[in-house]
Design a protein around this ligand. Structure first.
Ligand code: NAP
Length: 257
């Protein structure tokens, strides 16, 4: 175990971050890279993920990328094995890829339910299992799942999203229960409301924005860079005895009614 400030150092570590061509995933990639990690970016849109990796490399960080759809289990398993073989061991996994679909529950299209469950929940199982098999052989690893304030609070029109994020919080505890004995720590970061493409309709909705700023003790939207501290902590040796926990980074939203 490193001492003092070095506890948060990620030099020599490699992190795979799913859904990191933009938004929260890309911000987390920069945060980990600033602490010394090599990162492997992922997305489905090759041009977008390549551009993100090129920009990181030009800024002096070490970034590779792999294009795969996190909902396609065989593609996930093949990509994870390829990363391990061609780039090197995945020490840190952040399960970040996620989607949102909004509609009243009584009208919610079945295909949107299936898409949400697939991207937000099944993928966490597929990617984690593929990566954990390698981590288990090394007897070490850090898994960080991206939950949400919707892991414990519902809102109108997003019941399926809330169901997946609640499930990911519980799955985090399950990962800890099964894998702690192999030196793996599995924890989660639960963001409040952050300005990203996913939340564009909400950011542009003045009524929602006013409500949110009143509802949040911090009185504002979060900026994606504000999620990096929790991720660095959970990716580093500083959290070696922290397991199965969800850290809410939400400006206090879940602390009050
Ligand atoms: P975003 O801006 O919409 O970015 C989503 C990322 O996921 C993109 O890089 C996208 O890449 C990737 N992605 C989507 N489906 C994928 C798939 N099937 N396979 C591989 N990559 C896929 O979203 P965000 O707001 O940053 O959200 C990131 C995570 O944080 C999600 O899990 C979300 O639920 C969670 N979260 C967000 C907020 C918030 O306020 N924004 C709050 C709480 C939780 P492509 O474009 O290439 O598909």
């Amino acid at each position: 175990m490193k001492k003092g400030t070095n506890l948060f150092d990620l030099q020599g570590r490699r992190a795979l971050i799913t859904g990191s061509s933009r938004g929260i995933g890309l911000a987390l990639a920069y945060g980990l890279a600033e602490s010394g990690a090599r990162v492997v970016l992922n997305g489905q849109d090759e041009a977008r993920v390549r551009a993100a990796a090129d920009k990181m490399n030009s800024a002096g960080f070490a970034a590779d990328y792999v294009v795969f759809d996190v909902t396609k289990q065989p593609m996930v398993a093949e990509a994870v094995d390829r990363i391990e073989k061609e780039f090197g061991p995945i020490d840190i996994l952040i399960n970040n890829a996620g989607i949102q679909r909004r509609a009243p529950l009584e009208d919610f299209p079945v295909e949107n339910w299936e898409a949400i469950v697939s991207v937000n929940l099944s993928s966490v199982f597929y990617v984690s299992q593929a990566v954990a098999r390698h981590m288990i052989s090394r007897q070490m690893g850090k898994i960080i799942n991206i939950c949400s304030v919707q892991s414990k609070l519902a809102r109108p029109g997003i019941a399926p999203y809330a169901a997946t994020k609640g499930a990911v919080a519980m799955f985090t505890q399950g990962q800890c229960t099964d894998w702690a004995k192999y030196g793996i720590q599995a924890n989660a970061v639960a963001p409040g409301y952050f300005v990203t493409d996913m939340n564009k309709p909400l950011v542009e909705n003045e009524e929602f924005s006013t409500w949110l700023c009143k509802r949040t003790p911090a009185g504002r939207w979060g900026q994606v860079e504000e999620l990096t501290g929790a991720a660095i902590f959970l990716a580093s040796e500083a959290s070696n005895f922290v397991n199965g926990q969800v850290i809410y980074v939400d400006g206090g939203l879940t602390s009050c009614v």
